[in-house]
Structures are given as structure tokens and as C-alpha cells.
Design a protein around this ligand. Structure first.
Ligand code: FAD
Length: 453
């Protein structure tokens, strides 16, 4: 009798150890293990996919219905792409994987002793748990700055940034007072990590190329793009040579970079940097990281950002079947200090946890997983059209080659064939005509009438 036939007889609650798959008499009638994955980001989705052929019942819970490709979020914020180009419904992504159910719910509590998590109004029990709820931005104790200086983490954040960015030009076109106009056309980005650099680069490109002919009263190319970084170089996580190249690229396209300076105060009319007051209506936040609050509920030690210190097999100390992966995990790394909070790390951790669960299920808890090892594939960041920096295979390079590599890698890792094609077409169009296809102002109506930006 074949494996399929036995599964039909016993229903989907038959578990058969793989190493005896050909011996029907050995089939065990034990319930399948329940795997709960919280978070459908890079780590959670990858873990679910790598368990596709394992006889477990997976529940993937996310508070959003879509998986979001965050590395291209700044392109939504700067009107190059639409949200649907970089997001995919989790339910659709996993529709062919029969051992997964997807729940749209916010997890608000984790009960490790009771082996259950609270999802929305109900509790969900687990045998294995993966917490992969990522991080958000941190205002370093100044949460009151959040409405004044939006950060970039979700589709809503990106649309809000786009709204403010585009509205600033509309408002500047109407006002006559030069000082007010100057404040409206000053865009200040806090934090020169990859997100800050990419945002500032794109903003410079739009103001200098894409919209110069669209307004009658203002010269958009006179807009000031300021990029503040508290450390002494842009892209502090990259090698020094890459930072220097990125700085050169930024300055070439008109971004004014201010290094070693910290924004001390933000209010409705601008920012304070030391003694200097800068009037601006547009502050965007690209600094700091704060871990998801679920990390603190696991009872393990956390780092300053709230990331969970995990065991070498990514499990939570004292809980061999509870794992943390992705940005939420603090995983030491000999070369880099810790595994960087980037997509490759999250993908690798998700795949690793999938394998660890599979091994545990198949061995009945006997086999131990080798420690997680991070494969550093290098880093890429783009700075507007034709410019990027890459730190790969121990080498640093920039310019057009790095830019083409950046574009190819991002298209390759986007979820869904449709999104890959649409993004490639959108970029090709933008490259030829300098036009940004998603320049729509949507959202808050009071601001649309010019009362705020
Ligand atoms: C603007 C931006 C640009 C970036 N650029 C790059 C880049 O160029 N290259 C790169 O490699 N990396 C980049 N990153 C980092 C990369 O996106 C992250 O490292 C990666 O997304 C981490 O994956 P994750 O699965 O740990 O978390 P996430 O992808 O953040 O996924 C977490 C998921 O958990 C869900 N969730 C959170 N809390 C709950 C809850 N309580 N209940 C239910 N669901 C919950 C969220 O909805 C989300 O779907 C960027 C990040 C940002 C924000």
C-alpha cells in the first residue's frame, strides 16, 4: 500500500517517520505536531515554506494580510511604485501549501507554560512556536516625535510619507512668503543607514529631474534635501570605502549630508540641531530600531533594542521548541558582532528554524540541530539613478554596475512573478522618461486642503 493510500485511510492525522516510509506496519497513529508561526515577514514565511513537506499542521498568524518587501518601501514613499507592487497577500502566497492555515490577527500574549498564544480574541495552542515579528523604528525616548517625523516600516507609513512629500510642493506653489516656501521645500531625513540614504537619494532625484516642469511658481530643483547622521559616516554598517562612495554619490546629486550631528528637537516648524534652528515642514525618520513587544514576553534576556538573546539553535533559553528568528533575534556573529537586521539574515534564520523543527519531528526529539550559521552575502544600497554601492565578496564597488546588481537582486527576491514583471517595467519606464508612476496624493483630507503637511 502506498504512502498516499495510508494517509487517505487514516486521514491527515497520520504521522509516519520518514526513515520507515516504506513499511506500512510501522505507521504511528499519533497527532501531528502543531507549529505556530507569528509573523509573515521574511523569516516567518520562509520557515512556513521550508516545512511544506513535513507532517505538521502550521498556523501562520500576522496582523496584516500581506507580506511586505520592505527594502523597496522607500520607492512607494517616493512615488516610484505602488504598494501592490511590493506586497503580496500571505494567504495567496501559501495557497498551494496544504499544511498551512493563515490567520489575520494580532498576537498580544504568549503563554509559554500553557503552550499557547493569544491571537485576537482566542488562544491558539502549539507544540512548536516561532516568533518572527521583527522590529519597528525607535525615536530614542521621544515617541512624541512620531507624528512630526514619520518613519518607514509599513505600507501606511510609506503612503503617509508620499502624501507629505508631494503635498509640500503643492503648498509651496500656493504660498508667496519666501521663508515659508523655503521651509516647505526643505526635506530633512534623520539617519543615514540604507533607508535614509535611499530616501534622500530618491527625493533629490525627483526634485531635480522628475517634477521640474510640473510647477509654475516654484523651482523644485531648489529644494533642500538634508540628511543627518549622528555617526561620522553614512551607511555606518558598510565598509568605510562604501560609505565614502555613497557620500560622494549623495553630494553629486545635491543631498546635503551632515555627519556627526544629532537632531535634538523636532516641532511643527522644524528641528533644532545643537544651537542651529532649521525651518522645515518635512522631517522623515530613518533612525533607530525597537523590537516587537512580543520579544519581551518570552522571558529571555533582551538587548537594548529589545531583541531576544537566543541559543545557538535560535531557540529561547529553557524552551527548546520555541524559536525566535529574523530581526527580532539577537544572534552573535564573530565577524559582524551580530547578524545584521536584514532580509538575508531573516530568510536564513527562517529556513534554519524550519529545518530544526523538521529534524525534531522526524527524530522524535532525539536529534540536535547544529548551531545556526549566518552566510554573509554582502550589502547593497542605491543612491538614485545609476548610482549604488555594493560590498560583496570582500570587495567594495559603486556606480552603474552596483546599481544594476542592486536592481537585479531586488527584482529576484520580490515575491510573485507578477510583481517582478511590474516592477521591472515600472523601473524601465522611469529610467527612460524620468517619470514616477505613483504620484497620487491620498489620505488625510484636511492636509490636502493645505492646512498641514
Ligand atoms: C524601510 C526598510 C528598508 C529596508 N531595506 C533593506 C534592504 O535594502 N536590504 C535588506 O536586506 N534589508 C532591508 N531591510 C530590512 C529587512 O526588511 C528586514 O531585515 C526583514 O524584513 C526582517 O524580516 P522579519 O521576518 O524578521 O520581520 P518583518 O519582515 O518585519 O516581518 C514581521 C511580520 O510580523 C508581523 N507582526 C508584527 N507584530 C505582530 C503581532 N503582534 N501579531 C501578528 N503579527 C505581527 C508584521 O505584520 C510583519 O508581517 C529594510 C527594512 C526597512 C523597514
Amino acid at each position: 500500500m502506498g504512502e498516499k493510500a495510508i494517509e487517505q485511510i487514516h486521514g491527515d492525522r497520520v504521522y509516519r517517520p520518514r526513515w520507515r516510509a516504506s513499511r506500512d506496519w510501522y505507521s504511528l497513529r499519533v497527532p501531528r505536531s502543531r507549529v505556530v508561526i507569528i509573523g509573515g515577514g521574511f523569516a516567518g514565511l520562509q520557515a512556513a515554506r521550508s516545512l511544506a513537506r513535513t507532517p505538521v499542521d502550521i498556523t501562520l498568524i500576522d496582523r496584516r494580510n500581506h507580506h511586505l518587501f520592505q527594502p523597496l518601501l522607500y520607492q512607494v514613499a517616493t512615488a516610484a511604485l505602488s504598494p501592490a507592487n511590493i506586497a503580496a497577500p500571505i494567504r495567496r502566497v501559501l495557497r498551494k501549501q496544504k499544511n498551512v492555515e493563515v490567520l489575520l490577527a494580532e498576537v498580544t500574549a504568549v503563554d509559554l507554560e500553557g503552550h499557547r498564544v493569544r491571537a485576537g480574541e482566542s488562544w491558539k495552542e502549539f507544540d512548536y512556536l516561532l516568533v518572527a515579528t521583527g522590529v519597528s523604528h525607535s525615536y530614542f525616548g521621544h515617541d512624541d516625535w512620531a507624528p512630526l517625523a514619520p518613519g518607514l516600516k509599513t505600507v501606511e507609513d510609506a503612503l503617509e510619507m508620499r502624501r507629505r512629500f508631494l503635498l509640500a510642493f503643492e503648498a509651496a506653489e500656493r504660498v508667496e512668503d519666501p521663508a515659508e516656501r523655503q521651509a516647505l521645500l526643505t526635506f530633512l531625513v534623520v539617519g543615514a543607514g540604507p533607508t535614509g540614504v535611499e530616501l534622500a537619494g530618491a527625493m533629490a532625484e525627483i526634485t531635480r529631474k522628475s517634477i521640474t516642469r510640473d510647477f509654475r511658481s516654484i523651482d523644485t530643483s531648489a529644494a533642500r534635501i538634508l540628511l543627518f547622521e549622528a555617526q561620522d559616516r553614512v551607511l555606518p554598517e558598510f565598509p568605510v570605502a562604501a560609505s565614502e562612495k555613497a557620500l560622494r554619490h549623495l553630494e553629486e546629486i545635491g543631498v546635503r549630508v551632515r555627519l556627526g550631528e544629532r537632531v535634538d528637537e523636532i516641532d511643527e516648524h522644524g528641528v533644532l540641531v545643537g544651537e542651529e534652528r532649521i525651518d522645515t515642514k518635512n522631517v522623515f525618520w530613518a533612525a533607530g530600531v525597537r523590537a516587537s513587544s512580543l520579544g519581551a514576553m518570552l522571558g529571555a534576556e533582551v538587548d537594548r533594542a529589545g531583541r531576544v538573546h537566543v541559543e545557538p539553535d535560535l531557540s529561547v533559553p529553557g524552551h527548546a521548541r520555541v524559536f525566535v528568528a529574523g530581526d527580532l533575534a539577537h544572534v552573535p556573529n564573530e565577524k559582524l558582532g551580530m547578524v545584521p537586521g536584514m532580509a538575508p539574515g531573516a530568510l536564513q534564520m527562517g529556513a534554519y528554524v524550519g529545518r530544526a523543527i523538521k529534524r525534531d519531528v522526524h527524530s522524535g526529539g532525539e536529534a540536535k540541530s547544529p548551531p545556526f550559521r549566518y552566510w554573509d552575502k554582502g550589502m547593497l544600497a542605491t543612491i538614485g539613478r545609476n548610482r549604488a554601492v555594493a560590498s560583496l565578496w570582500g570587495r567594495t564597488f559603486g556606480g552603474m554596475i552596483a546599481w544594476l546588481l542592486w536592481a537585479s537582486v531586488h527584482i529576484f527576491f520580490l515575491i510573485g512573478f507578477r510583481n517582478r514583471v511590474l516592477v521591472a517595467l515600472e523601473w524601465a519606464w522611469m529610467y527612460v522618461v524620468f517619470e514616477r508612476g505613483a504620484r497620487l496624493i491620498v489620505g488625510n483630507r484636511s492636509a490636502e486642503s493645505g492646512k498641514g503637511s
